[in-house]
Write a protein that binds this ligand. Sequence first.
Ligand code: PAF
Length: 282
Amino acid sequence: MVNGPEIVRARDDLRARVDAWHADGAVVGVVPTMGALHDGHLSLVEAAKRDCDRVIVTLFVNPRQFNSASDLATYPRTEESDAAKLAPFGVDALYAPSVTEVYPAGFCTTVSVAGLTDVLCGAHRPGHFDGVATVVTKLFTQTKADRAYFGQKDYQQLQVVRRMAMDLDLEVTIVGCPTVRETDGLAMSPRNLKLTDEGRAAAPALAREMRTMALQLRRGEPLYALRGAAVERLEGAGFEKVEYLELRGAEDLELLERAVGPARLFAAAWLDGVRLIDNIEV
Ligand code: PAF
């Protein structure tokens, strides 16, 4: 049996380790997660292992990025099996701090990225990206990582983190990695675990519709000509609500009607009371 990574709970313990690694000239990578690890997270770990001498995975369900108490309460917490999944990868530390280790009494600072966070998930989840930017800044300073790995599944988050690292002169290289999908096309997410069997069977319709739309957009068709029918088909497949289905610039996330230049199609939709998001390159 392969031993799992060492679980570190205290910031100062982690820092002592990272200082020693840096003193040896090691490049340190971090994979920030909220746990419930799936193959998407493990692909980030693989990328970090390829590029870095030492790899830290963080596991922290960040209360500040949830804008619904019930979403936070029901978010999967699976530390033991997460550690077991990491065992074959030779990760150097699993940093799983408590809420007070990250946000001690009196904590009153928020990191907020303007503009990029006004749209898509930012418009529908007030405060979400402030919570993400704040915790990611803390995780960067606590781990002192040289490189950090994020999935393109949360593409807006990736752009927000890139902008924040640039604006704050954080000495960390942000690496974006491709979305990992189930064989039926559904983008991997801890939230998929919340779907009923029926919901899980219907869920791949989202990626399917998006792929079809991307082909049509690439041919030069405008979004307004495609959107209505796609929403109708998703609702027909069992989705309760399509929150957004938008074409945006890949860098600035500006709204587009046609695919001119690097563009991505973004969607958020509710199924079984679960909010699923996805995005693909157009
Ligand atoms: O993508 C996530 O799992 C979270 O938003 C992150 C980056 C770990 C911050 O809590």
